[in-house]
Each structure stands twice: as structure tokens, then as C-alpha cells.
Design a protein around this ligand. Structure first.
Ligand code: GLU
Length: 463
């Protein structure tokens, strides 16, 4: 007989959630999980839920909650529904009481624990099969429940030696708060989550969550466990291995477009070796089944390279707007002329990789005085340059216009008069004007610095 296909069945609703615990800032790994959930929802016309798992009152902080929401908003990862587990304790309690009444859980002091042995025995099959969209079927036998000795080397046996001792699963802790797995299962069910997309570190939680689903008589969702993000040395990415909070990247002047583009490459590829891809384009191509199983290595160089691409293509007005808060923080450019500022930004835009580059490179335009490092002064501002500086200051002071051409004409006139190659004076002058050995063209630099400051810095270069 042919299998019948029900063409009239309503297509399954795609509902996914990002479920951070507000016990720290949103870090790169969490943002990647949020992004993959978001891309999956958006690519399927589904719903993206933000669920705050703040059951641990001691470790959960309002400031972290706000920061997570702020970082997600900054990354453009908008959510459709919002829940906080701390407002749902009654619900978890109700289901714990139900399991108690059904004899599937028992009280231990003030806590309520799942009778895992009974729940396991109630399963009609002797293994747990989880469907994972990235890894295919994952099969667990009963041993995931075995209690192990502290060093994990041996399995603890029941007092009567009749078999291994099984772990107990806490549902409600002694203080009345639900365990992570219990609240997670109840919410995933009640919120009709179709796919649980989360980090690979949660694979080991999945079979015990499965037991809870079955104890409650519920069908489990589908799963997709994302590969771990490794640091550049191949270790697990951690706070110790560098700045991992999204807000740290924001403070350095990474753009949300650059970060999001980079994060999507941590485990997924749009194909054709393409690396730069916008969120809109990625959503059109995204497939959770194409996510890699293997760990994804974090590369700050690639992130920086991508970020630079987004800076380069940005309209100068927008880039200037983004730089304003950085300038303001330093007390720079409060009264700066907008046209001039855009001129300056345009000058540095092609070489910027992060917004802070601009602050490092353009400080000389905002500081009243600038002093190069002693070693650079000793190397470049030698006394044989004094005459060139004097002539240059004199010539520049008397030009009526102070544009690229005028400054270049004066400069060429001076080196011709002294009979020296232009290169002899370029570096020393740049050092005197900017305090730096590298920068954009010298005449553009003079033009944006302006006549007064240029002349004064040349005059005072040797004092
Ligand atoms: N609150 C858990 C975490 O932050 C969520 C895990 C899950 O997605 O199930 O890791």
C-alpha cells in the first residue's frame, strides 16, 4: 500500500527561542545562538522568542538583563515575544505538584525530585533518541543517568548492589525555585517551541529533559545543537581568552553589521566562499541543516576584516554620526564644524578597521598640542631639519588659500630651494604635525589641521 500523505495538514509553525540567563553580559557565543535562532525564525516565517531564564535569584541581575536586551537590539535581533521565568514560578510549581500526585516525583526535604528510575522504566523503549537537525539522531542509553564517583572513573552502585545508582533530577529546589531543566521543558512545551536551537554544551542536558517531557506526557521538540566556538588556540572560548562580551566589541567600535556577519560564519556558510553577507541576504539563504558539527574557530582578524568592509561602504555622514559619541567621550570636537569633521572622517575611512582607529589616528586634530614619542623626535627632528621647517612655516603662513595645492606648492618650493629630496622633510613634518610616523597624505593632513595649527606646530617642533 502507498503511504498516504496528508496534503491538507497545516504546516508546522516554527517557533524558536533564545533563552539566556542574565548572570553575565551577552557574550559572543550567546549572540551566535541568538542569531541562529533569529535567522531560522525569519527564514521560515516563524516566531522568535526571547525568554529570560532568571530562576537563580542570586546570580541573575537586572543590569545583565538590560544589557542582553540592549546588545540584541544593537545587533538588530528583534524578538516577537518576551517572557521571564521569574514571573512563572506558579506554573512550574503546578506541574511539579502534578508529578508528585502521579508518583513520578517525590519530596526530598523541601525539594521536589523526579523519580528518574520510574520515569526511565515507564519508557516503552530502552534508549532515548533525540532528533537533532545538525547532528541527525542522537541516541542515549540509560548510562547517562548513572551516578558516578567524584573522579568520574567508576559508576556508583545501589546499596544492595542490585544495579547502578541513578541520578536524581531536581525539579524544584529547596528554596522553591525550579531547576533549569524543569523550567526549560515546561516553557518549551507551553510556548510551543518547535525547535530548540542552542549550544552543543547542552546536548548532555537533553536526555534528562526528554525524561521530563515524557513524565508530563508531552512530545519533545526538535533540537539543533550548535558547534562550540573555540578560541584561536583551539581551546574553548572563555572570558579568560579575551574580550568576549558583545558590549566590549561595541566599545572598541565594531559595527553590528560586522559582528552579525562574522557570527553567522561561526558554523554556517552562505556558500561560494562568500564571506561578506548582509543579514537580509543571509536570511534568504539560511538553512539550519547546513550548519557544521565541527567546532568553529573564532578569529579576531576575520572579524576585524569584515568590520572594515562595512566601515568602507558606509556613507560618510553615517560614519561621522557613529564617531560622535567616541569623540564626545574624549571631549573632542564639541564645537567642531560638521563639514570639516566629515572631511576628516573621509580621510581616514579607507584605512579604518574599527571606530577606535579613528580616535587613535585623529587625536592630533583635536588636541591643542601634540608631542611625538621621544625616540621618534630624536630620530626625525634632527637639527639639520630646522631650516626646512622655518622656510615651510614662513611659506605656509603667507599663503592666502590653504588647500592641498597651495600647501604642496609651498612644500615643493622649500625642498627645491634647499636642494633636498622631498622624502627628507615629509616624515619629520608629519611627526611634528601629528605625532605619528604614519598617516594619510601630508597635504591632506595639513589641510584638515588648518593653517594656524600647522604653522604653530612647525615653529615649535624643536622646542
Ligand atoms: N539558560 C540556558 C543557557 O543560558 C538556556 C539553555 C537552553 O537554550 O536550553 O545556557
Amino acid at each position: 500500500m502507498e503511504p498516504t500523505i496528508d496534503n491538507n495538514a497545516a504546516p508546522a509553525k516554527i517557533r524558536v527561542r533564545f533563552a539566556p540567563s542574565p548572570t553575565g553580559f551577552l557574550h559572543i557565543g550567546g549572540a551566535r545562538t541568538a542569531l541562529f535562532n533569529w535567522m531560522y525564525a525569519r527564514s521560515q516565517g516563524g516566531t522568535f522568542i526571547l525568554r529570560i531564564e532568571d530562576t537563580d535569584a542570586e546570580r541573575s541581575k537586572q543590569e545583565y538583563l538590560e544589557e542582553i536586551m540592549r546588545a540584541m537590539t544593537w545587533l538588530n535581533l528583534s524578538w516577537d515575544e518576551f517572557y521571564k521565568q521569574s514571573e512563572r514560578f506558579d506554573i512550574y510549581r503546578k506541574y511539579a505538584d502534578q508529578l508528585l500526585a502521579e508518583g513520578k516525583a517525590r519530596k526530598e526535604g523541601e525539594a521536589i525530585v523526579l523519580d528518574t528510575e520510574k520515569c526511565w522504566n515507564n519508557l516503552s523503549h530502552k534508549e532515548i533518541k533525540i532528533f537533532d537537525l545538525i547532528r541527525g539522531e542522537i541516541v542515549f542509553d540509560q548510562s547517562f543517568l548513572y551516578r558516578r564517583s567524584e573522579d568520574h572513573k567508576s559508576i556508583l552502585m545501589k546499596p544492595d548492589n542490585s544495579g547502578p545508582l541513578l541520578r536524581e533530577e531536581v525539579l524544584i529546589k529547596g528554596d522553591g525555585t525550579p531547576s533549569y531543566s524543569f523550567a526549560c521543558v515546561i516553557d518549551d512545551h507551553l510556548m510551543e517551541i518547535s525547535h530548540v536551537i542552542r549550544g552543543e554544551d547542552h546536548i548532555s542536558n537533553t536526555p534528562k529533559q526528554y525524561l521530563i517531557y515524557k513524565a508530563l506526557g508531552w512530545k519533545e521538540p526538535k533540537f539543533a545543537h550548535l558547534p562550540l566556538i573555540m578560541d584561536e588556540e583551539g581551546g574553548r572560548m572563555s572570558k579568560r581568552t579575551g574580550a568576549t562580551a558583545v558590549s566590549d566589541y561595541q566599545k572598541e567600535g565594531f559595527l553590528p553589521e560586522g559582528i552579525v556577519n562574522y557570527l553567522m560564519l561561526l558554523g554556517w556558510s552562505p556558500g561560494n566562499n562568500q564571506e561578506k553577507v548582509s543579514l537580509d541576504a543571509a536570511v534568504k539563504k539560511f538553512s539550519i541543516k547546513k550548519v557544521n558539527k565541527a567546532g568553529a574557530a573564532f578569529s579576531i582578524e576575520k572579524l576585524t576584516w569584515l568590520n572594515a568592509q562595512y566601515i568602507k561602504e558606509m556613507p560618510v555622514g553615517k560614519l561621522t554620526d557613529l564617531l560622535l559619541p567616541f569623540l564626545k567621550e574624549k571631549g573632542y570636537g564639541e564645537n567642531a564644524d560638521r563639514k570639516w569633521l566629515e572631511e576628516v572622517v573621509k580621510l581616514y575611512q579607507p584605512r579604518m578597521t574599527i571606530l577606535l582607529d579613528f580616535m587613535d589616528w585623529a587625536d592630533y586634530l583635536f588636541e591643542p598640542n601634540i608631542k611625538a614619542a621621544d625616540e621618534d623626535r630624536a630620530k626625525y627632528l634632527t637639527s639639520d631639519k630646522k631650516e626646512g621647517f622655518r622656510l615651510l612655516a614662513e611659506g605656509l603662513a603667507s599663503t592666502s588659500s590653504f588647500d592641498h595645492k597651495a600647501t604642496e606648492d609651498v612644500f615643493r618650493g622649500v625642498v627645491a630651494k634647499l636642494g633636498i629630496p622631498a622624502g627628507d622633510l615629509v616624515h619629520p613634518v608629519r611627526i611634528a604635525l601629528t605625532g605619528k610616523t604614519v598617516g594619510p597624505g601630508l597635504f591632506e593632513t595639513m589641510t584638515v589641521l588648518g593653517k594656524d595649527k600647522t604653522v604653530r606646530r612647525l615653529q615649535q617642533a624643536f622646542s
